[in-house]
Design a protein around this ligand. Structure first.
Ligand code: NAD
Ligand code: ZN
Length: 370
């Protein structure tokens, strides 16, 4: 069974297809988009080994020629050097205005390939084939593309919507368990920010889902994508509501910076910890009952997720240093701390002017628990 979620953006609308075995049918799915029977694929070497043969075979069966460039796996790829290499490769492959670039991989490849497509010959179309849970539920949908700068993450980029997203649930079978759990950080975020019933569903089905149940995975991806699609359709460029998708991310970005964007803390793990802290802060500010952060943490624990600062290996800087890192986050407007807070599970909102003392107190207590 394949589900289709429409991202309704007028002339830039597109479908997100969610289901098992989609890469095996990629030729049929992509063919209607093509002006001539060829595509250029950007991927990473890990994903290429596991999934490029199936993609190639599916295209070959439809007479579509495939050329592919496999970049090194990992966040370090998302910078100028590999980006330049990718764009120059696409030019050398003579990819033209009417051609289609395919991103086959996790969020790193999706962000880089999408940005390459955005600037190549002033913009060519691209198809996202997300292979990590994080990319399927978050980064492949919504059109944010880009790379990291030495000055910070995701500082160089463009809005460029894909023409199609193929989220093949079967591709997750080769994803390492830690990466599955990290992706789950973004899944649980959707329930927490706007859908209490989805959070309850995750409390019931989350463990079997991360353990590999394909039907539950498909349902979790579909519901996550539907929520993101609805929000993006209402606020494509993050003038307002789209900021809710940053629940947990201000804490997360400070923790990622503090751990050097290393394997100590994966992005989705930081999102989970960040969501727990955002609920703690909300309770502390009297916005929600203390039961709410407790319930969030209990669920993350039950999922075997990184939940508390104590779960992050190695030293962390003190509360003041973490607060300083938050102040550098790009969500800060005019030096005021802007947070996504919650009045309860499923009821997030953007709070301007959050008192720094309250944030410092939450961090201090969380660090003391280590
Ligand atoms: N554009 C957006 O809206 C958006 C949203 C969230 C995150 N992001 C970005 O996404 C990136 C993180 O994405 P990610 O977590 O997918 O990281 P990633 O692309 O680095 O993938 C994680 C690891 O899993 C491997 N992998 C991916 N799919 C696999 C599979 N099916 N089988 C085996 N291994 C597989 C990759 O090779 C990599 O080693 C970050 O750069 C983040 O900034 C972007
Ligand atoms: Zn995120």
């Amino acid at each position: 069974m394949t589900a289709t979620v429409r991202v309704a953006l007028g002339p830039r609308s597109y479908d997100v297809r969610v289901g098992q075995g989609l890469l095996q049918r990629a030729g049929d799915e992509i063919a209607p988009l093509l002006a001539r029977p060829r595509v250029a694929v950007l991927t990473d070497t890990t994903v290429a080994e596991a999934h490029l043969p199936a993609f190639r075979a599916a295209c070959a069966a439809r007479g579509i020629a495939v050329s592919a460039l496999a970049l090194p796996p990992g966040e370090a790829t998302k910078g100028w050097p590999e980006f330049a290499r990718a764009v120059e490769w696409l030019l050398s492959e003579r990819i033209e205005r009417r051609d289609v670039v395919v991103a086959l991989g996790g969020g790193v490849i999706g962000d880089l390939a999408g940005f390459a497509a955005a600037v190549l010959r002033r913009g060519v179309r691209f198809v996202q084939c997300p292979t990590s849970l994080l990319a399927q539920v978050d980064s492949s949908v919504g059109g944010k593309t880009g790379i990291n700068a030495p000055q910070g993450k995701n500082l160089i980029g463009a809005f460029h919507q894909p023409s199609l997203v193929l989220a093949d649930i079967s591709a997750l079978d080769t994803l390492p368990p830690r990466q599955v759990r990290a992706g789950y950080g973004e899944v649980v975020k959707y329930g927490l920010l706007g859908d209490a019933a989805f959070f309850e569903w995750l409390e019931r089905h989350g463990p079997a889902m991360v353990d590999g149940d394909a039907d539950l995975r498909a349902e979790a991806v579909r519901r996550s994508v539907q929520m993101k699609a609805d929000i993006v359709a209402r606020d494509e460029t993050e003038a307002g509501e789209r900021a809710l998708l940053n629940l947990g991310h201000t804490f997360c970005h400070a923790l990622e910076a503090a751990t050097g964007y290393s394997d100590r803390l994966l992005h989705g793990e930081g999102v989970a910890v960040g969501c727990a802290l955002a609920f703690e802060l909300s309770a502390r500010l009297g916005l929600c009952a203390q039961e709410e952060p407790s319930r969030v943490r209990a669920h993350l624990r039950a999922m075997g997720m990184v939940t508390d600062l104590a779960d992050i290996p190695g030293d962390l800087p003190d509360a003041d240093a973490l607060l300083a890192l938050m102040a550098q986050d790009k969500k800060v407007v005019d030096g005021r701390l802007r947070f996504v807070l919650a009045r309860g599970i499923g009821a997030a909102f953007v709070a301007e002017d959050v008192p720094p003392e309250a944030v410092r107190a939450v961090l201090r207590d969380a660090l003391a628990g280590r």
